[in-house]
Design a binder for this molecule. Structure first.
Ligand code: ZN
Length: 286
């Protein structure tokens, strides 16, 4: 395993390389949150625009096409926890996995009504808005990059493009980008991890109908109806970056379908099993 100092040096080198490619985060006019909520409601069956508008979302960067990249915090509800553990939840890093976005919003609402939950949560519920809102929704971002293959894992430079060419036969849905962290959305996600310093990362996907897990700790055997079946990591994946490189638990619920959202009760069971695992694996500090 790399030491923390070695990881920092490698990380800085990788991000500097990306920055020198001239891929700055655009700062053009950003449409308001309400507009994005309405657009998502038009696109995604079962998406509740009011739930979106009331979720306390704030734009913290903008996408390749200038859409807001949104975040919302849900604080620990139970009093007396000095430094609650932090959980970062991503929805929709693949733009055509609509159910993942809806579940992120369902969880936010549920957590806000839970007077006993002991964790501090940050939600990035629609991590690839350009992919979700393209004329025809797609997995990649607006530049045709699979964001979940664009993270600066240590093996990115040597393996990401050759893996894509040889193992996926240059599948355009899985293009890792021309270099690590080349995309504004990826750099935003990395900066969120760097600044928020989560103790665990949850990234909601579809449609494999399993529970994937990377990184330290004993994984949960199931979350709701999703059974543990580790998929492994890929060059540039979040599981490789967060789980294997940063040594954070990365939990990936893969919902059964991309378009049909679980009921609030089903997604609530996934969340309550997740909270049970977090309570057991990451007890509050101090
Ligand atoms: Zn996915």
């Amino acid at each position: 395993m790399l030491s923390r100092a070695a990881r920092s040096t490698l990380y800085a080198a990788l991000v500097l390389t990306a920055a020198s490619a001239g891929a700055a985060v655009p700062t053009a006019a950003v449409p308001p949150v309400d507009t994005l909520c309405s657009q998502l409601a038009e696109r995604i069956s079962g998406f509740n625009p009011e739930q979106c508008r009331l979720a306390g979302l704030k734009p913290s960067a903008s996408s390749s096409e200038g859409r807001p990249l949104l975040q919302a915090d849900v604080p620990a509800a139970q009093a007396g926890i000095k430094s609650p553990r932090r959980v970062l939840v991503l929805g929709g890093i693949h733009g055509d996995e609509f159910s993942a976005v809806v579940v992120a919003f369902q969880w936010m609402e549920r957590l806000r009504g839970d007077r006993f939950q002991r964790f501090q949560w940050r939600f990035l519920p629609c991590a690839n808005p350009d992919g979700a809102l393209a004329d025809k929704a797609h997995r990649t971002n607006a530049h045709g990059v699979d964001l979940n293959r664009n993270f600066p894992t240590p093996d990115w430079t040597t393996k990401a493009v050759s893996y894509w060419k040889n193992k996926t036969r240059s599948d355009p849905r899985r293009f890792p980008g021309k270099q690590a962290a080349s995309e504004p959305e990826t750099r935003w996600l990395i900066s969120q991890i760097e600044s928020y310093k989560p103790d665990a990362i949850i990234s909601i996907h579809a449609p494999l109908n399993v529970l994937d897990f990377d990184g330290p700790y004993t994984p949960p055997p199931k979350l709701g109806y999703l059974r543990l079946a580790p998929i492994g990591t890929y060059p540039g994946s979040l599981g490789g970056y967060g789980g294997m490189f940063l040594r954070l638990p990365v939990i990936t619920p893969e919902l059964p379908t991309a378009t049909h959202t679980p009921s609030a009760e089903q997604s609530g069971r996934i969340l309550s099993d997740l909270i049970e695992w977090l309570n057991k694996s990451l007890p509050a500090k101090g």
